[in-house]
Design a protein around this ligand. Structure first.
Ligand SMILES: [Ca+2]
Ligand SMILES: [Ca+2]
Ligand SMILES: [Ca+2]
Ligand SMILES: [Ca+2]
Length: 308
């Protein structure tokens, strides 16, 4: 088809592509007339396939997309790579969910099958609050900002609620001197100093929408995926540096800067079809939907951003 979504919008309103992106992401629905225009343009194109040929999880080309996670087993898997950051990192994503029944992982370097060490994980608690868990090489788990697992360091924090069925940009960074900061919508909401040191004895896949492992060695020694995220995720990203508060604010309002120093993973989930989830960072950490690179029950569902 010849018409892309931003082109259609531009024809109606003199706004920038960035404004289009933010408007589309944050508004509950697009005008039905415009969506019908896009869909009919696809249906009428002589080169497009018939509706019967399109699998359920595909969305029309030309739209920007995201992934819906079912909270049962859905996740994105990124095979282990030495570029994954450990002690110094920034992790971020845009999320939308209602209060989860259990813990809901956004992005994680979860438990290793052999060391039973996780490095870090960002998740939403059953109370609907953003939280980070770190684990050191001695299998001590540290939970921030409540500091109510193995206590270490100290925190100050404010409102961390994110499970209100609205889009939120969430992020966490950790510096080399152990300062962990949690951000919501570009604002610092928690700062912890003297935090635990994430274990580097971890060769597990990175996961988006879940983590790997329960706390401690499971029977059989293989860490199962768990803490499945029920809702929408877009634009997850990972850096091997601690971004500044100003950089986090920019990422929240403008999106991920693909040229930003230290970027080692950025998945915009715009594919809209197929298994591959491409990393737009120089590190090339491409992932796939679900438990494996073939269609499986753990595949999250492609969804047009306009549908949110
Ligand atoms: Ca562990
Ligand atoms: Ca997207
Ligand atoms: Ca799959
Ligand atoms: Ca599923």
């Amino acid at each position: 088809m010849s018409l892309a979504w931003p082109d259609i919008v531009k024809a109606h309103e003199p706004v920038s592509q960035e404004e289009v992106r933010l408007t589309v992401k944050r508004q509950p629905a697009i005008p039905n007339l415009l969506l019908a225009l896009v869909l009919s343009a696809c249906a009428n194109s002589p080169t497009s396939s018939s509706p019967e040929d399109v699998p359920d999880t595909e969305v029309p080309p030309g739209l920007t997309n995201l992934l819906r996670f079912d909270g049962v087993d859905d996740r994105v898997t990124v095979p282990y790579d030495a570029s994954f950051p450990t002690e110094v990192f920034t992790i971020a994503a845009e999320i939308k969910l209602t209060q989860p029944a259990g813990r809901a992982a956004v992005i994680a370097r979860g438990e290793d099958d052999n060391s039973f060490n996780l490095s870090w994980q960002l998740y939403v608690t059953p109370s609907g609050n953003l939280e980070v868990m770190l684990e050191d090489s001695r299998e001590s788990n540290f939970c921030y900002p409540l500091n109510n697992c193995a206590p270490r360091g100290s925190c100050t924090f404010g409102d961390l609620s994110v499970a209100d069925d609205a889009w939120h940009h969430v992020a966490a960074s950790r510096t080399g001197d152990g300062t962990l900061t949690l951000y919501i919508d570009g604002e610092s909401r928690a700062t912890c100093t003297g935090t635990g040191v994430p274990s580097s004895n971890n060769f597990q896949a990175m996961s988006i929408g879940s983590t790997f492992g329960t706390i401690g060695p499971p029977p059989g020694g293989v860490e199962p995926p768990t803490w499945f995220f029920p809702g929408l995720i877009d634009d997850p990203a990972v850096w091997n540096v601690a971004l500044t508060p100003a950089q986090i604010a920019d990422a929240a309002s403008l999106g991920v800067d693909e040229q930003s120093a230290g970027l080692v993973g950025y998945w915009n989930f715009d594919e809209g079809a197929g298994q591959d989830v491409m990393d737009l960072s120089p590190a090339g950490n491409d992932g796939f939907r679900g438990a494996n690179a073939a269609p499986d029950s753990a595949d999250p569902t492609w969804e047009a951003e306009e549908g949110t």
